[in-house]
Design a binder for this molecule. Sequence first.
Ligand code: HEC
Length: 211
Amino acid sequence: MNIKSYYPFNRVIVLSIMSCLLVLGCVSDAPVLSEEGTEEMHKVPDIDLVQPVAMEVIGQAGATLLTALSATIDTAGIKDAIGYCNLNANRLVKDLASEYGVDIKRTSLKLRNPNNEPTKDEELILAYYASQHNQGEVCEGELSKVDGVYKYYHPIYLMDKCTACHGIKGETLNKKAAKKLEELYPNDQALGYEAGDLRGMWVLTFKKSSF
Ligand code: HEC
């Protein structure tokens, strides 16, 4: 894949799952990756089809992870919930994605699990999101076509409850949790976050036959 340019294009405005329902179908100017580095503008005629499916999967995946995590934290405590997350987070998401016939992952510029590493196009979107966030803007859903398939990206912001595992050592992240994380993820970069920080993004890749 060769991505040369990053230029204004159409996208659907997605502020959150709730607001997305309200603005479904709205299209505005925004940057999206070009396909194979070609310089011409691409239309994405299927955006109205892609976006609602993407948001449904992301909504369900987020809810599945949160429910499973909260239940484990309540019953087993934060330290064991980290082990649970390590073993099950990706499997839960993958199971759900296969139900919908899409690939789904979470990625970030500051990774905890190196297996969640971003690809080239994902890195560009993450960098774009980071610059938007640094300028105080709210990041929104983005759509691109990479190697002939649609990829939908959606920002992940940190909530208060996430700081128990992604927060500041000795403050929001307690000692036991910090120790467990060090054992499991010796190169963990996903620490030191506060609520409202941009943590990373969801990426949905649609199979060619999807649309
Ligand atoms: C119980 C601890 C725990 C809580 C709470 C938690 N996480 Fe995580 N998070 C983890 C672990 C462990 C991983 C690595 C999972 C894996 O191995 O794929 C992870 C990975 C991630 C990733 C994937 C990218 C990477 O760095 O590997 C994102 C994105 C993420 N978390 C966001 C969040 C958000 C947002 C919240 C709050 C809604 C949250 N996490 C709450 C433990 C937690």
